[in-house]
Design a protein around this ligand. Sequence first.
Ligand SMILES: Nc1ncnc2c1ncn2[C@@H]1O[C@H](COP(=O)(O)OP(=O)(O)OP(=O)(O)O)[C@@H](O)[C@H]1O
Ligand SMILES: [Mg+2]
Length: 392
Amino acid sequence: MDDLAPQEAAVLDQISRNPFAGQQEIADALGIARSTVAAHVVQLIKKGYILGRGYVLPTSGQVLCIGGAVFDRKYRALQPLVAETSNPVEAFHSFGGVARNVVENLARLGEPVGFVSILGDDQTGHHILGHLRDQGVDVSRVIIAPDATTAEYGAILTPAGELALGIADMAIFDRLTPAALSRVWSHVAGAAWVFADANLPAETLAALIRRHEGGRYQLTIDGVSTHKIRKLPADLSGIDLLFMNADEAAALLDLPVARDLPEALDAARAAVARGAKRAQVSMGAQGLAIAGDGYELVIPAVPAASVDITGAGDAMVAGTLHALVSGHDFPTAARTGALMGALTVETPGTVRADLGREMLETHARSRLTAPSAAAPAPELTTPTTPTTPATA
Ligand SMILES: Nc1ncnc2c1ncn2[C@@H]1O[C@H](COP(=O)(O)OP(=O)(O)OP(=O)(O)O)[C@@H](O)[C@H]1O
Ligand SMILES: [Mg+2]
């Protein structure tokens, strides 16, 4: 609330206590003119503290996703790459950004979701916004910056699909400051679950964790990359669930990179020892490990014929959240996450286009075995599309 003048804050306080209060009533309580109250209400709407003239409070039961929205461009060389000249390529374009991918997965699973991010006032920005709106995501709190470009990731791949050169323009995320977070705080505070990714600046992640104290929602965070996860504070208390892959866990916790699921479980335990209420550490085709909330266990991957691994981790996050929101326990939620990861590697898209709640339930019935049963090793086939995951 750093961007509120004392009188604005006082008006907001009156409205929070009694959302039906009339402007004259508020004016009398504060000893100011009714017209002054009206002017403050306009400012509070502009700044996002109240949602409309009727003092509409935020929707409850919502999952709010905060973080990166990226446009990914990948180019696979048709012949061995030659430097300093033009190389013929095959191009692949997709939407990316961890929070964007998670929110799209959740929307496809029928969850009421809101998205907080920042886009440029450019073609890719409008394309991302329109696509999420079409999926039913509440995008009313996405910031459109007229003087910045939408985040972009570019990859040049060898004919075999290996990364030859990656480029990332993510500068726009620096604008997701703690003040920007304050402007959407009523949405954060009104959500049942909040998911944030480490594309947010360190100060914003710290503010989110600090302000969560006493909040009603559950705060969940994804590490994004070995570089970005280091933005998290050393003390992880205040985080209800931290998602990381094995590399990110090693970077955050100063541990050797886990080579198998028992070592991934050690990493999850270490995150809990640092204060996280729960931690989920993923290991691609091996599966994942969870610790916290009274549970410590490894969950082997659901066998899948993989064609493109992009988006597996983000789908896993969405699957876990979807099950938690529905009231399932942590192990059941993590198993749903593993299934979502498997479903996502089976198709070329970052988010599976045919994903839906019933489709997920059908797969859960046929592909999720009893917790104690050992799962067979996943069968892997040669990828047919570029498999280099984007970095954000
Ligand atoms: N080849 C696969 N077969 C079956 N399941 C998989 C496969 N790859 C990933 N998964 C499932 O998805 C989960 C998340 O995948 P992974 O560990 O690769 O996430 P990540 O490294 O965060 O990936 P991303 O680049 O999408 O962020 C795994 O724990 C696993 O359950
Ligand atoms: Mg990931």
